[in-house]
Design a protein around this ligand. Structure first.
Ligand code: F6P
Length: 318
């Protein structure tokens, strides 16, 4: 491996910059040239590829977003787009590619890997929904942002004796809702992986308000519409209910210490994997270790939510 390119793709997350920096600095330490691709696969097809040296990633470890830009590319879904992307890399003599993103982005990397490029993926998504890694880059920052919001919302909930519904991200995964709801002491957590009965939810809300004077419900966007649920609760219980949809504040902001360290380690891990001759792998953290997992495994399985944690969160909220 002599030249590596790095790109960020799909939804951004805090820590993407730290991951790019990790790749660049680990590669430079091994005298490998690094190129940055702007705007994900869109830039790979459009040849928006620039050299990156150590100084290009100075002052980035603490920044949210991604200085390379990110995008979702329709053209890359076509075989013509994929050929073009590969040809652009080959033309510059690039023999290794690191992709930072969620499952869709890593599936794109897998395709390029199957076409002959040496590829390594870094899991970057606030959803923490990738199999094979305990944490994805950005997830820790996102749940800290959500808990900060819940703590503030709790003040109003308690001052007014209100029911507060907090809708968080997670179209297909309840990890953010479960983790932040647990840490934020929510009375109810609604996630897409576990079915719930709205009548029972209303009963629990009434119990919580009777016992504690207020009630906080954290709902993942994939488990229902926060506004509609809040409206339903109000109509059924008569209790004063307010809804906060946290939205994209969960995707931004300065990454936590945990995310900065994780992203840096995964970045270095990706370079090491390519140098070790591994390809078509996703780097992940398992316990204290950074491991390389075949895309076939990482992308072929669904991470399951921790049912025990869900039950514990419920016990803790009584
Ligand atoms: O995949 C991360 C995620 O934050 C999801 O939880 C959310 O549904 C989605 O991105 C929203 O993405 P966008 O607003 O970029 O379309």
């Amino acid at each position: 491996i002599n030249k590596i390119a790095v790109l960020t793709s799909g939804g951004d997350c805090p820590g993407m910059n730290a991951a790019i920096r990790g790749v660049v600095r680990a590669a430079q330490a091994k005298n490998i040239e690094v190129f940055g691709v702007h705007n994900g696969y869109v830039g790979l097809i459009g040849k928006q590829i620039v050299p990156l040296d150590s100084r290009a990633v100075s002052d980035t470890i603490h920044r949210g977003g991604t200085f390379l830009g990110t995008a979702r590319s329709e053209e890359f879904r076509t075989s013509a787009g994929q050929q073009k992307a590969l040809a652009n890399l080959q033309e510059l003599g690039i023999d290794g590619l690191v992709v930072i993103g969620g499952d869709g982005s890593l599936s794109g990397a897998r395709i390029l890997g199957e076409m002959g490029m040496k590829v390594a993926g870094i899991p970057g998504t606030i959803d923490n929904d990738l199999w094979g890694t305990e944490y994805t880059v950005g997830a820790d920052t996102a749940v800290n942002t959500v808990v900060d919001a819940i703590d503030k919302i709790r003040d109003t909930a308690s001052a007014h004796g209100r029911v507060m519904v907090v809708e968080v991200m997670g179209r297909e995964s309840g990890w953010i809702a479960l983790t932040a709801g647990f840490a934020g002491g929510a009375e109810l957590i609604l996630i897409p992986e576990i079915a719930y009965d709205l009548n029972r939810v209303c009963e629990r809300v009434k119990e919580a308000v009777a016992n504690k004077h207020h009630c906080i419900i954290v709902i993942a966007e994939g488990a229902g519409n926060g506004m509609a649920i809040g409206d339903h609760i109000h109509r059924k219980t008569g209790l004063e209910t307010r809804v906060s949809v946290l939205g994209h504040i969960q995707r931004g902001g300065s990454p936590t210490v945990f995310d900065r360290v994780l992203a840096s380690r995964l970045g270095a891990g990706a370079v090491k994997a390519l140098l070790d001759g591994k390809t078509n792998v996703m780097l992940g953290c398992q316990g204290a270790n950074i491991v390389a997992i075949d895309f076939a495994d990482a992308l072929g399985q669904k991470k399951v939510i921790d049912a025990e944690e869900f039950n514990l969160a419920s016990i803790m909220s009584i």
